[in-house]
Ligand binder design. Structure first.
Ligand code: RM4
Ligand code: MN
Ligand code: MN
Length: 424
């Protein structure tokens, strides 16, 4: 299914007068609005191929209808999102959940929707039916060299798929670790992981990056071999320039100051990018901005300030991706909400008066510093985002249009009520 531009234009027309009033009201207070619009239009967030179906927990999964049954249908779903919001122009594949059998056909389908391929993700946290050796006790950190070799070979194969699709990064998340004290020699596990990653690193094409993700627990509950940003950064700096640390917002213990982590990684040129989601407790993978939008804004404030300090392009300087799981919402609606939340936080961060904030910091004017941040955070920037979408040919109100056109019903008609997408 594809959304006709005419439908987008028609609904935009209905909301245009109100939108214009709202936009002008906010825009009036923004210095250099044209530049801000350009930044908002350029800012896109990649959609993970595994997030287009309904997710679940270990207790169960409640399928939605019309889930994509193939990689082609997943691409088409991302195409729908992008047509509506003009801010989701790439897709990130998880291998072997989504194997591009015919790369050139897949590439041309994607470009038909205005999409390209973001990082490719390897998977050594599950056993596949045809797999020789098990990852039950680890993969890149395994005590048995043969298991490590198998996991290394898998990662190298993922790079090959990525090369065919013009991806530029391999994203590695390892579940490796231990469930009980004594199970694993921690130093040994770390050294083996480093050695395995080095072999994968050596297979990276010249213009590629390796993104090393960390996570404190789950599925292992005593130790995780790459458990926090320090361990990931240690590996990334030992590996070399092409390796960087990937921050998944849900991969921190409660109370962690993620904005500080981000700020320092960026300062060191070691921030690969993001997996956006939101959480109340752990790796909840909830809709971005649904629980703690202020934290998201504070992260973006560090990003904008830090990227500007290094002269980086906001849109392309690091990787921007959603990594969420939609257990009870329509995945497409959830992703539309997430993209919107990310762009809201970004726009608010762009509004921070950085010069005044520096001055306040210099004067130890704590009250003024807070005022400056919250002045930006409490600005309703939604008309700015809507205007950027309008200028880019998207819908003023993506969710409203998605529902009005009954897109999910069409997908159910096309694909059936009981379909299951690959993924978690
Ligand atoms: C992990 C991690 C990875 C993702 C898998 C599905 O918790 O966030 O990035 O690929 O889940
Ligand atoms: Mn992740
Ligand atoms: Mn996760």
């Amino acid at each position: 299914m594809q959304i006709e531009q005419q439908h987008i234009d028609e609904l935009n027309q209905q909301h245009l007068a109100k939108h214009k009033r709202q936009f002008e009201f906010v825009a009036e207070g923004v210095e250099n609005i044209d530049q801000l619009m350009k930044k908002l239009i350029a800012f896109n967030i990649a959609i993970p191929s595994w997030a287009l179906g309904t997710g679940g927990t270990r207790f169960g999964r409640f399928s939605g209808g019309g889930e994509p049954r193939s990689l082609e249908e997943k691409i088409s779903d991302v195409g729908l999102i992008h047509a509506l919001n003009r801010s989701s122009n790439s897709i990130s594949l998880h291998i072997p959940w989504d194997i591009p059998e015919n790369a050139s056909a897949i590439k041309s389908l994607a470009s038909h929707h205005g999409l390209h391929f973001d990082a490719v993700n390897s998977n050594t946290f599950q056993d596949q039916p045809d797999q020789e050796l098990s990852y039950k006790y680890g993969s890149l950190n395994h005590v048995d060299k043969a298991v490590r070799q198998q996991a290394i070979a898998h990662n190298i194969e993922v790079i090959k798929y990525g090369v065919e699709l013009d991806s530029k990064a391999l994203s590695v998340w390892l579940s490796d670790g231990s469930n009980f004290p004594g199970q694993l020699n921690m130093r040994g596990a770390f050294e083996r992981t480093f050695d395995s990653l080095r072999q994968i690193y050596d297979a990276l094409p010249g213009d590629w990056k390796m993104w090393v993700e960390y996570k404190p627990y789950e599925p292992n509950f005593y130790s995780t071999t790459i458990g926090d940003w320090g361990q990931s950064h240690l590996l990334a700096s030992k590996l070399g320039e092409k390796a960087q640390t990937l921050v998944d917002l849900g991969h921190h213990l409660q109370g962690a100051n993620i904005e500080q982590i981000v700020s320092l990684l960026l300062m060191e040129g070691k921030l690969a990018g993001f997996h956006f989601n939101d959480s109340k407790y752990g790796d909840d993978d909830l809709t971005v901005g649904s629980i703690n939008p202020y934290q998201l804004f504070l992260i973006f404030n560090e990003l904008v300030e830090g990227m500007d300090a290094r002269g980086m392009n906001h849109a392309t300087g690091i990787g921007w991706m959603i990594d969420a799981s939609h257990n009870i919402k329509d995945p497409i609606e959830d992703l539309i909400q997430s993209v919107e939340a990310i762009k809201i936080a970004y726009a608010q961060a762009l509004l921070v008066d950085q010069a005044a904030l520096k001055q306040a910091q210099q004067n130890n004017d704590v009250v003024q510093a807070q005022e400056i941040l919250q002045q930006a955070y409490r600005t309703d920037v939604r008309p700015l985002i809507a205007q950027a979408r309008l200028l880019a040919g998207g819908a003023l109100r993506p969710l409203t249009l998605f529902r009005k056109l009954a897109v999910r019903d069409s997908l159910i008609n096309e694909r059936g009520l009981k379909t299951i997408a690959t993924g978690l």
